[in-house]
Design a protein around this ligand. Structure first.
Ligand SMILES: Cc1cc2nc3c(=O)[nH]c(=O)nc-3n(C[C@H](O)[C@H](O)[C@H](O)COP(=O)(O)OP(=O)(O)OC[C@H]3O[C@@H](n4cnc5c(N)ncnc54)[C@H](O)[C@@H]3O)c2cc1C
Ligand code: FES
Length: 282
C-alpha cells in the first residue's frame, strides 16, 4: 500500500561527523517497515515549515527499526534537521527507489569509489560485504577535500583493517594521497594487484562520471559500473515529475543506475508531436 502521510520517527542519537555533517540515528515511533529496506534505497524526511528531501540509509533498520543517516547541512531543511536535538520527532516516508545490485557482489572483486558525503549511500554495502566474508575482495577509494571534511569516522575506523582503504585529499602535502579519487584508481589497483569486476560509485556527478570513464578504460565493462544519482526530488514516489531523466523517474527507477543504462537514457532524443502537443523519447 502506498503510504503518503509521513510517519513519525525520533532522533535517538546524533553527533558531528566531519564538517557540516551529522551522524544521526533514527527510530520509528509506532510503526514497522512492512517491506525490508534494501541497501542503496532512500527515504524522505520532513520538518514542518522547513520542507522535505531524500536521504540515504547509511545503515539498514535493526531489529528495533533503528537506522543511521548522514545529514549534510546545505540549505533550509538540512539546517533545521541539523539543529534538532535527541528526542526530536520528524516526518518519514520510505523506503523508496532501487538499491545497489547487492546479489551481484557476492562472488566478485568490488571497487567502491566515494567522494565526500557520497560515502554514506555506500556504507551499508561495505558492511554487507564484510559480513558475508568478502572484505578481502573489497577496495574503497574515498576522496574528501581534506582530513577534517571526511565523514563516517566511526564506520571508517571499523573498515580500516578489514578492507583495502585508500583515502585521497584535494588539500594535502602527502603526494601519495593528493588529488581526486579518480586519479588514484589505476595506481591503487596496480599496487594491490586487484582486478575489480564490479564498480560502485557515489559522490559529485563529475566525479562519478570520471570514475566510470576511467574504469571503462581499464576494461571494466559499462554494465558492471554503477552510479547513484543525486537528482532534485520532491515527492520521491513518482508523482511530481521533478526527477525525470529522459523518460524515467529517478526516484522510482533509480537512484542507482548502471553506467551503460545511464548513457542510453541520456542519448535518447526528444521528438515533439505537433498533433498531440506531447514530447516522446526515442
Ligand atoms: C536519492 C538521494 C539521496 C540523498 N541522500 C542524502 C544523504 O544521505 N545525506 C544528505 O545530507 N543529503 C542527501 N541527499 C541530498 C539532500 O536531499 C539535499 O541536500 C537536500 O534536498 C537539501 O535540502 P535543503 O532544504 O537543506 O537545501 P536546499 O535549499 O534545497 O538546497 C541547498 C543547496 O544544495 C543544492 N542541492 C540540494 N539538493 C541537491 C541535489 N539533490 N543535488 C545537487 N544539489 C542539491 C541546491 O541547489 C542548493 O544550492 C540525497 C539526495 C538524493 C536525491
Ligand atoms: S521526485 Fe516526484 S516524481 Fe520523482
Amino acid at each position: 500500500m502506498l503510504q503518503l502521510t509521513p510517519r513519525s520517527i525520533r532522533i535517538v542519537d546524533s553527533y558531528e561527523d566531519g564538517q557540516n555533517a551529522k551522524h544521526v540515528t533514527f527510530e520509528p515511533i509506532d510503526f514497522i517497515h512492512e517491506q525490508p529496506v534494501r541497501i542503496g534505497q532512500f527515504f524522505m524526511l520532513s520538518v514542518p515549515g522547513a520542507g522535505l528531501a531524500p536521504f540515504t540509509y547509511t545503515s539498514l533498520p535493526d531489529s528495533k527499526g533503528r537506522f543511521v543517516a548522514l545529514i549534510r547541512k546545505v540549505g533550509k531543511l538540512t539546517k533545521a534537521i541539523y539543529a534538532l536535538k535527541q528526542g526530536a520527532v520528524l516526518g518519514y516516508n520510505g523506503p523508496y527507489g532501487q538499491g545497489w545490485p547487492i546479489e551481484m557482489l557476492a562472488n566478485k572483486e568490488v571497487l567502491i569509489v566515494a567522494g565526500g558525503c557520497g560515502i554514506a549511500p555506500l556504507a551499508a554495502t561495505i558492511d554487507h560485504l564484510i559480513e558475508i566474508g568478502r572484505a578481502g575482495n573489497t577496495t574503497l577509494i574515498y576522496g574528501a577535500k581534506d582530513r577534517p571534511s571526511q565523514v563516517l569516522s566511526r564506520e571508517r575506523r571499523n573498515w580500516q583493517n578489514k578492507i583495502l582503504v585508500h583515502d585521497t585529499f584535494m588539500q594535502t602535502n602527502d603526494a601519495d594521497k593528493s588529488g581526486t579519487p579518480t586519479q588514484h584508481i589505476e595506481n591503487v589497483l596496480a599496487e594491490s594487484d586487484r582486478h575489480p569486476q564490479i564498480v560502485l560509485t557515489c559522490g559529485p556527478e563529475a566525479m562519478m562520471r570520471s570514475v566510470a570513464i576511467t574504469c571503462h578504460r581499464l576494461l571494466i565493462s559499462s554494465d558492471k559500473i554503477w552510479l547513484s544519482l543525486e537528482k532534485r526530488m520532491r515527492c520521491g514516489i513518482g508523482l511530481c515529475g521533478h526527477c525525470y531523466l529522459a523518460n524515467e523517474l529517478v526516484c522510482k527507477q533509480g537512484p542507482t543506475y548502471r553506467y551503460d543504462k545511464l548513457l542510453e537514457l541520456e542519448n535518447k532524443t526528444t521528438v515533439f508531436h505537433k498533433h498531440t502537443g506531447l514530447y516522446q523519447y526515442c
